[in-house]
Design a protein around this ligand. Structure first.
Ligand SMILES: NC(=O)c1ccc[n+]([C@@H]2O[C@H](COP(=O)([O-])OP(=O)(O)OC[C@H]3O[C@@H](n4cnc5c(N)ncnc54)[C@H](O)[C@@H]3O)[C@@H](O)[C@H]2O)c1
Length: 279
């Protein structure tokens, strides 16, 4: 059987737009049995859920939309309970909710950026981990052995700003560095309420893209008219990533093909960070 499949149930936050929405579409194409589209903008989540049906390969595919605010622990708990109620289990959890801090900003905005990107990632990872621990592990028949797929797989959205810095992006860079700390800790150690995720078979990874075509970068381009020129100068492929290029990597990390991978930060930047700018 092809190991690049994802036939379980996915819960995706920030699923109404950009990378989250495209991750949902890629899961539908990879054979997912269902996707829960969670977003603070419920209308966009509903629209994405409807659109996802045209990509679905699994005849039993179900798409459900729900409101969530990842700054709010109660809202996250309600989302996870709804996913378990609707699907019976959560095989894949993708955390893409975001707000960007583009320039020097007031301290309450700094708090807001960290709350959505950092605290939201921690709360979602913790709450979903607890739910995953209660479900049975699944298996995949490899060429040499039956592989345990564990109880679930979580992918968080880092950024190239998880490892490199850009002037004027203090809040976003701080939050994205923290996402890697959360991912590594949750991927291996006794971290959240003494949960040993790796030992219990929950894989937790992150993807770290450079610029991706999405509403987030459309907004950035409005603020920074030089963005297109900067992308061409900095990125060896001279373009932003498409959101489905990131989504496909997310599905890979959730698939049986990645059964031995946990705690990694997969950089998706067309080699940009390998390049030293001399001037
Ligand atoms: N687009 C890029 O260039 C890029 C690059 C690197 C990393 N990322 C990361 O990828 C992820 C997705 O980015 P995107 O480009 O798809 O962004 P996007 O702006 O297109 O989508 C973000 C989604 O998050 C939702 N959201 C915002 N606040 C929320 C909250 N409190 N609770 C729940 N949902 C909330 C929004 O409604 C929106 O649907 C983010 O974590 C972002 O930091 C993006």
């Amino acid at each position: 059987m092809n190991s690049y499949v994802a036939s379980g149930f996915a819960l995706i936050t920030g699923a109404g737009s950009g990378i989250g929405k495209n991750s949902a579409f890629s899961f539908a194409q990879a054979g997912a049995a269902g996707v829960m589209f969670a977003d603070i903008n419920e209308k966009s989540a509903q629209d994405a859920a409807v659109e996802s049906k045209k990509y679905a390969c699994n005849p039993n595919y179900r798409a459900v939309a729900i409101h969530v605010d990842v700054e709010n622990e109660t809202s996250i708990q309600a989302m996870v309970e709804a996913a378990i109620r609707d699907f019976g289990r959560i095989d894949y959890n993708i955390g893409t909710s975001t707000m960007d801090g583009i320039a020097d900003i007031p301290i309450d905005e700094f708090d807001h950026v960290l709350n959505v990107n950092m605290k939201g990632t921690m709360l979602c990872t913790r709450t979903v981990s607890k739910a995953m621990l209660l479900q049975e592990p699944s298996e995949f028949q490899g060429r040499y052995s039956t592989r345990s797929l564990g109880r679930g797989s979580i992918v968080n959205l880092g950024s190239l700003n998880s490892s490199v810095v850009v002037p004027g992006k203090t809040s976003y860079t701080t939050a994205k560095h923290a996402v890697i700390g959360i991912t590594k800790t949750a991927g291996r150690l006794k971290s959240f309420d003494s949960v040993d995720n790796a030992g219990q078979g929950i894989r937790v990874n992150a993807v770290c893209p450079i610029w991706v075509e999405s509403p987030m970068t459309e907004h950035e381009a409005q603020v920074n008219p030089h963005l297109e020129h900067i992308v061409k100068a900095a990125v060896p492929l001279k373009r932003m990533a498409q959101p489905d290029e990131v989504a496909d990597s997310i599905v890979f990390l959730c698939s049986p093909a990645a059964s031995f991978i946990t705690g990694v930060s997969l950089v998706i930047d067309a080699g940009t960070a390998l390049t030293v700018r001399l001037l």
